[in-house]
Design a protein around this ligand. Structure first.
Ligand SMILES: Cc1cc2nc3c(=O)[nH]c(=O)nc-3n(C[C@H](O)[C@H](O)[C@H](O)COP(=O)(O)O)c2cc1C
Length: 185
């Protein structure tokens, strides 16, 4: 396949072909975590097989961005948790720049969620508990003490829902002076 053929092929691919559930903009929760839990459950109910898989973006020591797929492990007042080896590229990047963004895309419901914030390492106990919760085969691939649970403390969370007429909805939560403000675009 030549480059011009792939261009045509890409242009021919459908986009925003899913179907969004009802989204009542007059009944939005005050806290983004609450809306996220509603949305991820609706994504699962609509058939998204692994709705907790997300793209984690980080920045390396030279300021070069990087991204990979990870599993969301938890959401709590302490942050949105992901986990992996400290010895990995993301481990080095988070040590150098403890900031990250996480992006979810749930095609069947035409929804995406985007979060960014500073990253705090969980306690050794919480990291060990996360590792202990993995399957024994998954645990065997990790050196002792290398597994880290990181918590992204959200500063901005965007909820995006696509519409067939392209009048998409964006609800943005931003943390200002320790309280959440909400806007729509
Ligand atoms: C669906 C899916 C889930 C994944 N979950 C994790 C995870 O929770 N933690 C992890 O360290 N890597 C996970 N990976 C592997 C990462 O995408 C990545 O390849 C690996 O963490 C190395 O990334 P790094 O070199 O940027 O550190 C997952 C990959 C996929 C496709």
């Amino acid at each position: 396949m030549t480059t011009s053929m792939i261009t045509e092929w890409l242009r021919a691919q459908p986009t925003l072909a899913g179907s969004a559930p009802p989204f009542d903009l007059s009944a939005l929760p005050d806290h983004p975590d609450e809306l996220f839990v509603t949305w991820i459950r609706q994504a699962a109910a609509a058939g998204v097989a692994e709705p907790h898989a997300a793209t984690l973006a980080t920045v390396d020591v030279d300021g070069m961005p990087d991204a990979r797929t990870l599993i969301l492990k938890d959401i709590s007042p302490d942050g949105w948790a992901v986990a992996g080896p400290r010895s990995s590229a993301k481990g080095a990047q988070l040590a150098a720049h403890p900031v990250a963004a996480l992006n979810f895309w749930w095609q069947p419901v035409v929804r995406a969620v985007r979060v960014r914030g500073v990253v705090r390492e969980a306690s050794p106990e919480d990291s060990a508990a996360d590792l202990a919760a993995r399957s024994s085969s998954a645990r065997q691939t990790v050196a002792a003490g290398d597994w880290v649970l990181w918590r992204i403390v959200p500063e901005r969370v965007e909820f995006w829902q696509g519409a067939p007429d392209r009048r998409h909805t964006r609800v943005i939560y931003e943390l200002t002076d320790a309280s959440w403000t909400r806007s729509q675009q």
